[in-house]
Ligand binder design. Structure first.
Ligand SMILES: C[S@@+](CC[C@H](N)C(=O)[O-])C[C@H]1O[C@@H](n2cnc3c(N)ncnc32)[C@H](O)[C@@H]1O
Length: 275
């Protein structure tokens, strides 16, 4: 039975019939992440308990209580049913991720890009992941390829999981975790490819990504949340930054997902050669 029908039947005596029940939830390991319309918040515990009964793999149900905030992109969720222990194991394409989805972002909508990126990598590349979090890109890339990955993360809590995940996936020989601000701790002139998996003012980090590349150039995958009408001005801005750093860019734009009304998550694939 579909989730909404299940809730409708189960809660028919406890929730007014005119309220729009959720159609689904995001599962991360044993945790269900649920987004509810404001008028349903007073029934949150009832919906949470029903959700645990709907899917017996779940041990915790957490409801979104506010927007994702800050440079660490910390989500805001509250556990409303089941176990308060939300540290979980999430397996994606045979890569194992341990983390707390209530305290750090792990976007289901980026799964195709994580796996797709791991397939683009060439033998022997050096890849720098400037916004590694718990290893979303770094681990997929290293699991599939014979490469060297440097994964930088500023949030100590996410960094601890990153280190643990590298060990759990037996990727210590391929992935080096670095704790710190990528503007400061990025290595210089080592990478053939740089991943910039961060959506806000990402171009302000582009000079550091360019410094990270080997002198001949390489490719940078710069993610950003943008409105359709600003894509051209973003391309102009990226081109100007690359030229200032004596690189000639070729830029392709791909849409990853809808981000918010009128805003898309896109990736600018920036191939650069030195002038
Ligand atoms: C939204 S998560 C994205 C994780 C992953 N790159 C992805 O695309 O799925 C962004 C991560 O970048 C980290 N971060 C933000 N600013 C940073 C900086 N200046 N240096 C290193 N990490 C940073 C945050 O702590 C967070 O873990």
């Amino acid at each position: 039975m579909k989730y909404r029908e299940f809730l409708r039947a189960r809660l028919k005596d406890s929730i007014p019939q005119n309220l729009a029940l959720p159609s689904g939830f995001h599962v991360v390991g044993h945790v269900a992440l649920l987004h509810l319309n404001p008028e349903l918040m007073e029934y949150v515990t009832t919906i949470g308990k029903a959700t645990l009964d709907y899917d017996h793999r779940l041990k915790s149900v957490a409801v979104k209580t506010g927007p994702t905030k800050g440079i660490e992109r910390r989500p805001f969720y509250e556990v409303v049913a089941g176990s308060k222990d939300t540290v979980t194991l999430h397996v994606e394409n045979k890569v194992r991720f341990k983390f707390d989805p209530v305290r750090m972002t792990f976007s289901g909508g980026n799964k195709g890009e994580r796996i797709g990126m791991s397939r683009r990598i060439k033998l022997g590349e050096c890849v720098v992941d400037m916004f590694a979090c718990v290893g979303q890109f770094a681990l997929h890339i290293a699991k599939r390829n014979d490469v060297n990955v440097i994964a930088i993360e500023i949030n100590p809590e996410a960094y601890e999981f990153l280190v643990e995940n590298i060990e759990m996936n037996e990727l210590e020989d391929k992935v080096t975790a670095v704790l710190g601000n990528c503007r400061i701790v990025h290595p210089t002139h080592v990478a053939s490819r740089v991943i910039m998996g961060y959506l806000h003012d990402t171009e302000t980090f582009l000079p550091y990504a360019l410094e990270t590349l080997i002198k001949e150039g390489g490719i940078i995958h710069m993610h950003k949340a943008v409105s359709e009408k600003t894509i051209e001005e973003n391309i102009t801005c990226i081109t100007d930054i690359c030229r200032k750093h004596e690189f000639v860019p070729e830029i392709e734009v791909r849409k990853i997902k809808n981000y918010s009304p009128g805003i898309s998550h896109v990736v600018f694939d920036i191939s650069v050669e030195s002038v």
